[in-house]
Design a protein around this ligand. Structure first.
Ligand code: PLP
Length: 628
């Protein structure tokens, strides 16, 4: 049987991490599938970008896909329902979305809408987030869970909101917070709905290990917990304590950590019930992870379980533990954020230019060249796969020696330029040979000597976790995926910061310091997409170099393979980012005008040029902060 060549795009591992939502189309473009309408035709992502650009939306942009959000909400709720039914659990499930994971109105509004049939509620970790929660009409039995440090104002609003029909639970983080709640509740003459946050000793693995265990910053230890119970009992408010909360940390890699923590949480629950606390809700916080690499293993960027396994494990564990203790099954609550929103957003941007780290051709040595230049040229004569490391060592040594000679004035600029070009040509040949002959045991500097593709985005604004905690996101070219990529590149953003780069990429065979890419073509855009960026990235982004929020477009994938633009949030203008850092744009305009008029007075600018000069300034200040 004739062996067919593997598709060129196999190298990106899209089938592994794409969740059957992000696929490669026959024409070599990335396509999006609609999970809510599996029969709908796949829609081209570059096609969506071009349509949006025609409508005047500029890159970079964040694209939010509503059906991906709906799919995740549905999946979590239906998986819990199925597990509850299968195991015979007698309580129900109520999810809450932690607003901090993505506070954007378009996201929260849709979570509320899609969560309505499941009574999915909201979690607020601060006063502003409580304000957001209280502007939503939630299902009658949905919860608002208030976590985090709370002052009397926060607590008062939470208590009063119950009169409007909200099931707002104040989760006590410390005995001191219990004092404030008792005081406010007495003053208002109201019964609050209370929760208590216990600090579990079980520590998870992964990036967020510090959020669990003894030294985690939130929650009460056993001593504080008992003090709080006693305070509430003394104040006649113990009957208000209905929810027990614990949070393991985000992106829990190993499902067995979920089980272990659920067991420990059940121990507290059982003991508190025995103490006479009328608990009705067991809240296990967030932590449901996202398989960014698609590797299905317990790793910082992957998880060894599916959503339904996560739900099954929780329901089974809680059932078993509470049945053993003879305690009635409570309503189960989880606060999944990342798993609900990560998939729904993608960052798309264009490549602006490439710095190639090789040379297609090289000059030969000239008679009066330094002998090191001739040595460099001679490397060609012994370049074979098994002498590759030796060639790399020699080339780097000769090039560095020549640089030293140049610095001391022994060789001139033209000879040095020729030597650099010969060196780059050799590097290109070595990389090609290594790829052709599959040589992997070579100096990683050769592996890393990839091209630099300069891209229109800010890492600090749009992918802060990539910079801060080495988070991996799938990142691929969006077109020409039927063509074998002929280059390898790392990506540089447009900030003037050497940290503003992506140099870890998820590929089919693991994480690589460079991304396979295609040579750029004149006058043809080359789009890149970075996936699963809906959780935390929009919120944690900063204003490095004053690159502001990107344009954000919310779209709905239609049944006919088209899309509807539901909402466009224009990115920051320069005037807006200036105002964030204490400049008044009107004052800036005025100051510039004075400088222009000064230049006219001293004769360096003609009066007739004033209008165009002011227009250029105005055009910039009202424009996008990114490359237009
Ligand atoms: N609940 C609490 C109390 C949290 O602190 C967090 C985030 O760390 C979450 C829920 C959300 O976690 P995740 O996004 O992993 O679901």
């Amino acid at each position: 049987m004739k062996q067919t060549d593997p598709a060129p795009h196999g190298i990106y591992g899209i089938e592994k991490w794409g969740k059957d939502l992000i696929v490669v189309m026959d024409n070599g473009e990335i396509g999006l599938k609609n999970p809510m309408r599996p029969d709908a035709p796949t829609i081209s992502l570059p096609g969506i970008i071009e349509d949006l650009c025609d409508r005047g939306v500029q890159l970079p942009m964040v694209l939010r896909i509503t059906s991906y959000l709906e799919n995740e909400i549905r999946q979590i709720n239906e998986s819990f329902r199925a597990a509850i039914k299968r195991v015979g659990y007698t309580g129900s499930y109520r999810g809450v979305f932690p607003i901090k994971v993505n506070q954007q109105a378009q996201v929260v509004d849709r979570i509320v809408e899609y969560g309505m049939p499941f009574s999915h509620g909201l979690e607020a970790g601060s006063k502003p987030e409580l304000v957001i929660a209280l502007t939503n009409r939630l299902a009658k039995d949905a919860l608002i869970v208030c976590n985090g440090v709370k002052d009397a104002k926060f607590i008062e609003l939470a208590i009063k909101s119950r009169k409007l029909g909200f099931n707002t639970v104040i989760v006590l983080e410390s005995p001191r917070e219990a004092d404030t709640v008792i005081k406010v509740a007495k003053r208002l003459g109201e019964n609050p709905m209370l929760g208590v946050r216990v600090k579990l000793t079980n520590q998870i693995s992964g990036n967020w290990a510090e959020s669990s265990g003894d030294r985690s910053t939130f929650g009460m230890n056993t001593d504080q917990l008992m003090a709080t119970v006693d305070k509430l009992r003394d104040a006649g408010l113990l009957h208000c304590l209905v929810l027990q909360h614990s949070h393991l940390g985000s992106q829990v890699p190993d499902v067995n950590d979920v089980r272990r923590s659920a067991i420990e949480a059940c121990r507290y629950f059982t003991e508190l019930v025995a103490e006479g606390v009328p608990l009705t809700h067991l809240d296990l916080g967030g932590g449901l992870g996202v398989d960014y690499t698609g590797e299905k293993r317990a790793d910082e960027n992957s998880i060894n379980y599916t959503v339904s396994e996560y739900c099954d494990n929780i329901v089974e564990t809680v059932t078993y533990e509470l049945d053993e203790a003879g305690v009635a099954h409570p309503t189960l609550v989880t606060e999944s954020g990342r798993a609900v929103v990560a998939t729904s957003s993608m960052l798309v941007f264009n490549v602006l230019e490439a710095t190639l780290y090789d040379a297609p051709s090289a000059p030969g040595a000239e008679p009066d060249d330094h002998h090191l230049v001739r040595d460099l040229v001679a490397i060609n004569d012994y370049m074979t796969a098994n002498r590759l490391q030796e060639c790399w060592n020699d080339a780097t040594f000769y090039r560095n020696e020549l640089r030293a000679l140049f610095r001391r004035g022994y060789i001139g600029l033209r000879q040095m330029a020729r030597a650099e070009r010969i060196y780059l040509h050799l590097v290109g040949q070595m990389k090609a040979l290594a790829a052709r002959e599959d040589v992997s045991d070579i100096d990683e500097r050769l592996e890393k000597s990839a091209d630099i593709y300069h891209c229109n985005f800010s890492l600090f604004q749009s992918l802060p976790d990539v910079w801060a905690i080495d988070q991996l996101h799938p990142l691929v070219p969006l077109q020409r995926l039927n063509e074998a990529p002929d280059r390898r590149a790392m990506l540089a953003d447009i900030t003037c910061d050497s940290d503003g780069k992506v140099d870890k990429f998820i590929l089919e065979d693991g994480v690589s310091p460079s991304l396979p890419v295609h040579s750029l073509r004149e006058d043809e855009p080359y789009y890149m997409g970075c996936f699963f960026v809906g959780a935390y990235q929009e919120t944690l982004g900063d204003l490095h170099n004053l690159f502001g929020d990107t344009n954000v477009v919310t779209i709905d994938l239609r049944a006919d393979g088209g899309f509807d633009l539901l909402h466009e949030q224009e990115g920051d203008t320069i005037a807006q980012v200036l105002s964030y850092v204490e400049y008044d744009p009107a004052d800036c305009l005025d100051a510039f005008r004075k400088i222009v008029d000064g230049a006219i007075s001293n004769g360096s600018l003609k009066s007739s040029d004033r209008k165009a000069m002011m227009a250029a300034f105005r055009d910039n200040i009202n424009g996008y902060t990114y490359y237009e």
